[in-house]
Design a protein around this ligand. Structure first.
Ligand code: IMP
Length: 441
C-alpha cells in the first residue's frame, strides 16, 4: 500500500515503478482521470491517468478497483497509446465492473463549475456525487461498468438524456465517442468481485497505488479544496476490492519541496496569497512553463530574496507544473509538522522523499540555508529550522558517490522526527536517479 503524504504530485508513480518488480499486481483504488502519473524512462516520459503505474514491468498485472471512476475516452486512449508503444495490456489489465462511469453531464458540469476549487475538469466530483445520489427524477442516474455490460444502448441513451441541459454541447458526438471507447475498454472488465482476492489467495503480492494524496481526502482534507474520493490508505481495502486482512504495510511518498495545484490551504506556500492568486490567474489564462521561462531568470529571482520570487524560481528549477493540466503548481517549504501528523494519523510505516535534489536551490539564496517548517506557534507564525545548503554540483550522479553531508544530516534528522525509516530519496526524475537506503542514511 503506497500513498502520497502531501497534496498530490509527490512522485508516487516513480516509486511504484521502482518497487513494481517485487510485486505481482499493481492496483488502483480511488480517483480517475484526474490523477497524472509520470514515469521518466531512458526512452522518454510516460504519462498515465487511469492505468496503474506498474505498466513498464511486463510480468506485473494491473488492476483498477471499484473505488475508481472511469472516463471511457481517456482510458481507451491510454490503452491505445500504450499499445502504440508496444505495451499490450490484453492479458495484464483487469477492471472491476463496479467502477462508476464518468458521464458527459459530469465532466461538462465540472468544467463549468469546478473553477473555484480548481478541479482538473474530469468530472470526478459530479461522478462520485451521482453514485451517492443514485436516482434523479425517479430514474436511475448513476451507472457502473456492469450496467454498460448489461444494456449499453439503454445506458448511453439515459446518459444523453441526463446531459441534455448542456444545450451548447454536442451531446450525440460525445456519446458516440464514449460508445467507441467502450468497445476498447470492455474486454478488460471483470464481473468477478473477488478477481483480485483470488490472485492474492493464489500467492500474488499486491501493491495498491493511491491517487491524489492524504491532504486531498474528501473527508479529512480541507473542504471544499479536496478531491471527491477517499485517498487514505485504509480506503484501499474498500475501493481496491481486497479484505483488510491482507494489509502488510503502508509506504508514504513525500516531496522535499511541497506543491499544490488548485485552491486551498498550503500553509508553507512561498509568497502566500500572492502566489496563490498568481497561480490561479496563470491556470485560468493557460500560462505555464513556457510563459515563466520566457519572463523570468530563476537565478535573478533567487537573488532578490523575497518569498514570492523564490517560489517562482523553485517552480522553474524543479519543474513544478501540472502533469495533466500544465498549470503552475503553488510551491512551499517542506512542512515537517504536517508530515509528522500524516505519518501518525494514517499509519505510515516507511517513507520516500522525492526531489531531494531540489533543495540545492537554497544554496543560491542569501543565507544559503534550507528552511524547513517544524510547527506553528499559536497557529500563526511558522517555526522554521535552518539546515546548511549544498550546491547542485555535489548531487551524486551515481550510486557510488556519497550524498553531500548537509543533505545526509537533514535526512537523518527527518527520519528521526518522523519516527519512520526513510527508504529512498529522489535525486532527479530519471529511474536511475533514486538512492535507496537499506539502513538509515
Ligand atoms: P478533482 O479531483 O479534479 O475534482 O480536483 C479537486 C482538487 O484536487 C483540485 O485542487 C485538483 O487540483 C486536485 N487534484 C486532483 N487530482 C490531482 C492529482 O493527481 N495531483 C494533484 N492534485 C490533484
Amino acid at each position: 500500500m503506497l500513498v502520497g503524504l502531501q497534496y498530490g504530485d509527490e512522485g508516487k508513480a516513480r516509486v511504484v515503478d521502482h518497487l513494481a518488480a517485487g510485486y505481482d499486481v499493481i492496483a488502483r483504488f480511488n480517483g480517475g482521470a484526474n490523477a497524472g502519473h509520470t514515469i521518466a524512462t531512458s526512452d522518454g516520459t510516460l504519462r498515465l491517468r487511469q492505468v496503474p503505474s506498474g505498466v513498464l514491468h511486463p510480468r506485473v498485472s494491473l488492476y483498477i478497483g471499484s473505488g475508481c471512476v472511469i472516463r471511457l475516452q481517456q482510458l481507451a486512449s491510454e490503452i491505445e497509446m500504450l499499445a502504440g508503444q508496444g505495451i499490450d495490456l490484453a492479458a495484464r489489465l483487469t477492471i472491476s465492473d463496479r467502477c462508476p462511469v464518468v458521464q458527459p453531464a459530469h465532466f461538462l458540469s465540472d468544467r463549468r463549475d469546478g473553477g473555484r476549487i480548481g478541479t482538473t475538469g474530469n468530472g470526478i466530483g459530479p461522478c462520485y456525487a451521482e453514485l451517492a445520489a443514485r436516482m434523479r427524477g425517479g430514474e436511475r442516474s448513476a451507472f457502473q461498468l456492469r450496467d454498460l455490460m448489461l444494456d449499453e444502448s439503454r445506458v448511453f441513451e439515459q446518459m444523453a438524456q441526463l446531459a441534455s441541459q448542456h444545450t451548447d454541447e454536442d451531446i450525440p458526438g460525445l456519446i458516440k465517442e464514449m460508445r467507441q471507447a467502450w468497445q476498447v475498454v470492455r474486454p478488460f472488465v471483470t464481473h468477478n468481485p473477488v478477481a483480485l482476492l483470488e490472485r492474492v489467495e493464489g500467492g500474488a503480492r499486491v501493491l495498491f497505488e493511491g491517487a491524489q494524496s492524504v491532504m486531498l481526502d474528501v473527508v479529512q482534507g480541507a473542504q471544499p479544496w479536496v478531491t471527491s474520493s477517499h485517498t487514505l490508505p485504509s480506503y484501499a481495502y474498500v475501493g481496491g476490492d481486497l479484505p483488510c486482512l491482507y494489509h502488510r504495510k503502508t509506504i508514504g511518498v513525500a516531496k522535499a519541496i511541497v506543491s499544490r495545484v488548485g485552491s486551498g490551504p498550503l500553509p508553507t506556500e512561498l509568497g502566500a496569497e500572492r502566489s496563490e492568486a498568481y497561480c490561479a490567474d496563470a491556470g485560468r489564462e493557460g500560462r505555464g512553463r513556457a510563459d515563466e521561462a520566457a519572463r523570468f531568470d530563476p537565478r535573478a529571482l533567487l537573488a532578490q530574496g523575497d518569498a514570492f520570487s523564490t517560489g517562482i524560481a523553485i517552480r522553474m528549477l524543479s519543474n513544478e507544473y501540472g502533469t495533466g493540466t500544465g498549470r503552475p503548481r503553488r510551491v512551499g517549504l517542506l512542512d515537517v509538522a504536517q508530515l509528522q501528523l500524516a505519518v501518525r494519523q494514517f499509519g505510515v510505516d516507511e517513507v520516500y522523499l522525492n526531489k531531494s535534489d531540489s533543495l540545492a536551490v537554497f544554496a543560491q539564496t542569501r543565507d544559503q540555508c534550507i528552511p524547513v517548517v517544524v510547527g506553528s506557534r499559536d497557529g500563526n507564525a511558522m517555526r522554521v529550522m535552518r539546515f546548511p545548503a549544498f550546491d547542485e554540483s555535489v548531487i551524486p550522479r551515481d550510486d557510488a558517490t556519497p550524498l553531500p553531508p548537509q543533505l545526509e544530516t537533514l535526512l537523518e534528522w527527518l527520519a528521526d522526527v518522523l519516527g519512520r525509516p526513510l527508504r529512498g530519496i529522489g535525486l532527479g526524475p530519471q529511474r536511475a536517479q533514486m538512492r535507496l537506503f537499506k539502513t538509515q542514511p
